[in-house]
Design a protein around this ligand. Structure first.
Ligand SMILES: [Zn+2]
Length: 297
């Protein structure tokens, strides 16, 4: 059987994510399955390509990395980003505020790539320039990192829950969408995740306390304010998943200090869930390797 699987392996590293398929466990004949089948059809692809060409004439776009015209991410930049994200890597040593286990080891974190060059430019555009359409470009690197985390951090056969690290309401209102939620929704629709993997928003920010939005540029003391800012969501779902012995992998876009991951883990651990690690799209370089992070606008 393994040989058969090897035979079907595609040369394109992103091929697994290009076929949008329904959620695992949901019959292919649901409306979502039909929409996905229609979307993946060759004729629909040709129509979309033609429409993209027309749209480029009417509404000029340029590459989010190098500003080359006519594509939101030009072919050379897309290729460079794919190459940079081919091998997911462990990055917990870079974050100073990650929670430690009883052996004094930080929570394991797998990153799709480093927060620099093309990947940083695409993430910034996706998050801060109201370009949710970039989700399709970011899903393949995230899928690879999630698979790597499941393979290396979770016991074989155990149910896995991917929990997005929440965004503050203020940021969500400003953008009009929830970037990590959008990524996970798209990821769930691919065939890449095993059946035992579930996606659930089990953590949210408390509504009663006011926090400022971004952590960037804040001191260590200010980042400490993240503590007690979150609470469990999802009604009785965390308790039911805990009874099933589910293992949690937190999912976030960028790892900086790790304080938001620490807070999310605290909330889930209090709800009785076992958090095995986290997956991020990109990790900022360690203090001694801070170079090239903002090399692309
Ligand atoms: Zn470019």
């Amino acid at each position: 059987m393994l040989d058969g699987m090897k035979d079907r392996k595609r040369p394109d590293p992103d091929a697994i994510c290009k076929r949008a398929l329904p959620v695992a466990g949901v019959a292919a004949r649901t409306w979502l399955g039909r929409v996905d089948a229609w979307w993946a059809h060759g004729a629909a692809y040709a129509v979309r390509s033609a429409m993209r060409g027309t749209a480029a004439l009417l509404l000029p776009v340029d590459c989010v990395c190098c500003r080359r015209p006519d594509a939101v991410l030009c072919a050379p930049c897309a290729r460079a980003m794919r190459t940079a994200c081919l091998r997911p890597r462990r990055v917990e040593h870079r974050a100073e505020s990650l929670p430690l286990n009883h052996r004094n080891e930080p929570l394991p974190v797998v990153a799709a790539g480093a927060y620099e060059h093309e990947l940083a430019a695409v993430i910034l555009a996706f998050k801060n320039r109201q370009m949710p359409g970039l989700v399709g470009i970011l899903v393949p690197p995230l899928a690879r990192a999630v698979k790597s985390a499941i393979d290396t951090l979770v016991e074989p056969g155990a149910p896995v829950v991917l929990v997005p690290v929440p965004t503050r309401l203020q940021a969500r209102n400003r953008r009009g969408y929830f970037p990590v939620g959008l990524l996970l929704r798209r990821l769930r629709r691919t065939r890449v995740l095993p059946d035992r993997v579930l996606v659930a928003g089990l953590v949210r920010y408390r509504a009663t306390r006011q926090f400022t939005s971004a952590q960037k540029g804040k001191g260590r003391r200010a980042r400490g304010a993240v503590r007690n800012s979150m609470c469990a969501g999802g009604g009785g779902l965390p308790a039911r998943l805990a009874v099933l012995g589910a293992r949690v992998l937190l999912v976030d876009d960028v790892l900086t200090t790790g304080s938001t991951l620490a807070e999310a883990k605290r909330v889930l651990a209090e709800a009785g869930l076992q958090v095995c690690g986290a997956v991020v799209l990109a990790a900022t370089p360690a203090p001694d390797e801070k170079r090239g992070v903002r090399s692309t606008r």
